[in-house]
Design a protein around this ligand. Structure first.
Ligand code: GBH
Length: 470
């Protein structure tokens, strides 16, 4: 049965600065925590770094031309703090100029820029001063937000403060799986709160400067109890949902941390960093909530099953990112998985959008946008017999894309106004601790030649945008 895609559902694709740009030491850019962390022995598979990545810094006009060919309606990218204000210090005109040119290219191609200020690449100099465990970093973030807005505010409408602060705090300062690789429960909680504070202060600063639409992107991975009649399984799901799915959205929309979350982790270091007035700042009204969804989970406290955080590609020991929920385990279901080992669960996206709309965004009048959703597979490059050209028949990714756009349509049919869907990612790119081993792109990147090849999934996204059907 063919479904139509509403004319006002905006379709596009996403990337992030460190994952695609390369040019790590050019035009005044200084190291970020990922330049440092990627060089820690064992932190990233094969010691891969973002030094070159997709060389997008040098190939930007051609990459935008490719987006135009695909007909993307929007392109979500992030600006690099380490380029714009190297070392967290004075603005760097050359770094700013790159993003100014990018925005001009996008507008010239009829593509709406969707700008994210922080996608995990903190200047190393700021980490040396304590990073996100230091409250002062939130103030430095506001300086940086102001600089970017001064340069691009005349042309960019959509402003996202940060991408997935859960990853920048618990995965980075408690689990140690991401930069800066610290492993402390207290540090993760401090980082989480300071990221929220930075977000709230930046929302105020962006509004004062005249920004039109302001928001944040959060990652969600909803947990269901294995046995809904078991109090222990319900408790496992509740703890995980509090720490993963509510830690950020709840204070942003409601101006308070959930009571049950505070009971679990308040005494572990959270209560100590919350100052008077912080929660009011954090709850500065936003226009947009960006939702990143990859999969949901069924959980319990009982092994045998997989401990949470399969996100540990190397032998380097990783700690649990879930203080007071360390014993929670995920139970695999009988569904296909991607090459990340993540379950393919489009129905989980529909359920999540419905729940967010009911509990948070609907009552607060906040727009819902899916700002990331995608899948890694081990693609094979083939040669088209007729044309002799390279082609990638990524049937699994293509059906993943179709199923998840379908899940968004299901949510819309159920009365949830979803405004957009952005596939992760436009290009194969640097998948953090997995280096270049995982490919999420609808466009293949050959890392030897930097050649781009549109995969079947990319052709399918282009077709959906053109024909507005699924
Ligand atoms: C996003 O993060 C990022 O924004 C993007 O940069 C990245 O390339 C993309 O997704 C693909 O990975 O249940 O404890 O095992 C994804 C966030 C967070 C998803 C950790 C998997 C596993 C947590 N990830 N999560 S656990």
């Amino acid at each position: 049965m063919q479904r139509s895609i509403p004319a006002d559902l905006v379709l596009g694709a996403a990337t992030a600065a460190y994952q695609i740009e390369g040019a790590a030491a050019e035009d005044g850019r200084r190291p970020s925590i990922w330049d440092t962390f990627s060089r820690v022995p064992g932190a990233v598979i094969d010691g891969h770094t973002g030094d070159v990545a997709c060389d997008h810094y040098h190939r930007m006009p051609a990459d935008v031309a490719l987006m135009r060919e695909l007909g993307l309606q929007t392109y979500r990218f992030s600006t690099s703090w380490a380029r714009v204000r190297p070392d967290g210090g004075a603005p760097n005109p050359k770094g700013i100029d790159f993003y100014s040119r990018l925005v001009d290219e996008l507008l010239g191609a009829g593509i709406m820029p969707w700008l994210t200020l922080y996608h995990w690449d903190l200047p190393q100099a700021l980490e040396d001063a304590g990073g996100w465990t230091n409250r002062d970093t939130a103030h430095r973030f506001v300086d940086y937000a102001r600089t970017v807005h001064e340069a691009l505010g005349d042309r960019v409408v959509n402003w996202t403060t940060m991408n997935e602060p859960w990853c920048s705090s618990f995965l980075s300062y408690t689990a140690g799986a991401h930069a800066p690789g610290r492993q402390s429960v207290e540090a993760g909680l401090q980082a989480g709160h300071h990221l929220l504070l930075a977000h709230g202060m930046a929302v105020e600063a962006l509004r004062d400067a005249g920004a039109e639409r302001v928001g944040i992107t959060l990652n969600f991975q909803p947990a269901e109890p294995l046995d809904p009649t078991s109090a222990s399984d319900r408790d496992a799901a509740r703890r995980l949902n509090d720490q993963y799915n509510r830690f950020f959205v709840h204070p942003i929309v409601r101006g308070e941390y959930p009571e049950s979350l505070l009971a679990d982790v308040g005494h572990l270091g959270l209560d100590a960093v919350v100052q008077e007035g912080d929660l009011a700042t954090i709850a500065a009204p936003i226009d947009v909530l960006g939702v990143n969804y990859y999969h949901d989970d069924v959980v319990s406290f009982a092994p045998p099953a997989t401990p949470m955080l399969q996100d540990a590609p190397t032998d380097r020991p990783i700690r649990s990112p879930y203080p007071a929920a360390e014993g929670v385990h995920a139970h695999p279901r009988d569904v296909p998985t991607t090459s990340m080992g993540w379950e393919v669960r489009p129905e989980g996206l529909t359920a999540l959008l419905r729940q967010l709309h009911e509990e948070y965004t609907g009552p607060a009048g906040i727009e819902l946008w899916v700002t990331e959703n995608g899948a890694a597979y081990d693609d094979e490059v083939e040669t088209d017999a007729a044309t002799g050209e390279a082609c990638i028949h990524d049937t699994e990714r293509t059906s993943f894309l179709r199923a998840h756009v379908g899940a968004v349509l299901d949510a819309i049919d159920a009365g949830v106004p979803v405004h957009g869907y952005m596939y992760w990612s436009l290009l194969d790119n640097y998948e953090w601790a997995w280096g270049y081993h995982k490919r999420f792109g609808i466009v293949r990147v050959d890392y030897d030649t930097q050649e781009r090849t549109v995969k079947d999934s990319g052709l399918e996204l282009a077709r959906m945008i053109r024909e507005r059907t699924l």
